[in-house]
Design a protein around this ligand. Sequence first.
Ligand code: NAD
Length: 406
Amino acid sequence: PLEAAGRGGKGKKVFVLGGDGFCGWPTAVHLSNAGHDVVIIDNLSRRKIDLELGCESLTPISSPEVRVAAWNELSGRNMRFEYMDIAKEYDRFLQMIKEEKPDTMVHFAEQRAAPYSMKSGATKRYTVENNVGASHNAVCAIVESGLDIHLVHLGTMGVYGYGNSGGKIPEGYIDVTLPGGRERNILHPAYPGSVYHATKCLDALLFQFYAKNDQLRITDLHQGIVWGTNTPLTSKDERLCNRFDYDGEYGTVLNRFLMQAACGIPLTVYGTGGQTRAFIHITDTCKCIELAVNNPPVGGERVKILNQVAQTARVRDLAQLIGSMTGAKVQLTANPRAEDAENELEVSNDQFKEMGLDPILLDSAAGLLTEVQEIATKYQHRCDRSKVVSKSFWNKGTAKAAEGKT
Ligand code: NAD
């Protein structure tokens, strides 16, 4: 068995909404290992979207029942899984909250791919209904339960857009002088670049309202792009293996490059590759969420917003770094997204640093190479090369130019 849980009987009861997903599963395991009593709630919509898109995780992932049983067997813990759609099954969700009285709910349960959200009218509507429905049901159910539950939500750095305005992105609020001279402390203005990002902006307004109106304790984590696959805990047994999305819709940029390098496919860089983005390793995602769970805002405070980011990097520099380590070629392709070709991005992550986060950085070449060798190479036979390029275009001008190339 793994080491006994950290806090003995002092752990919290934590619902992990969306705990079968890429970030949710390793976080559920991490929190369980730290002594919390974890219940995963998930409707398996991500696995169903894999069927719809005709692809699957590069890594073979066990069913939720098998991975939860494997974790309990290894750790002696008692994690549970409940199959439930929190956007559609409000009454059941509320009943479960009233019966189980969680201290904390960590909310990952949203459709998280910008390209998928922009594929069609149906996926736009699904993304809005699912994401806004799930987030609103979570806060509404907390109020209706009468329980003082801390909600930890996964937001994204992308809510502000990636313009070229310059200046460090603060953690949530800014002081402004409105026309007429009124001084206000407001949420940083949102500027979404996809329907998916727009749902995260709508979430932020709902949270602002519920914190003000009902004194809900909410932490909104503005996360960077997550890379890596496993954490030290999910590496312990193949049945615990985390998912690895590499397809054009769900594969995030750095993991896609790692997989392309392992399979001998040129690294596809959109546009000039001048986009600067924020990154964090999956192991640090888990650590940040544990810190957030253990440090809730006190009642009546505004929503606590933290930037969950290790560092920023330019996409073409990442491609070059991986290319130089692996010999993979870099291929520029038309950008399917409507975004600035080049942007700067400077992000404050002072709050997590003050809480002791010492994140894994991209230039720790060992980490990157381990990823390429152990995961992407090991499972390259499972890669369907026809799924690597994104089929979702929402930049009409560049879509035309791309027709001949993809
Ligand atoms: P994921 O799709 O792998 O996981 C989301 C999980 O939520 C899935 O298991 C899915 O089945 C479940 N789910 C979705 N709707 C649900 C519903 N209505 N009821 C119950 N379960 C539902 O995504 P992920 O990469 O783990 O992302 C988790 C969260 O973190 C998302 O909110 C995402 O926006 C945020 N985030 C992720 C990244 C990243 O790089 N992966 C970056 C920034 C923010």
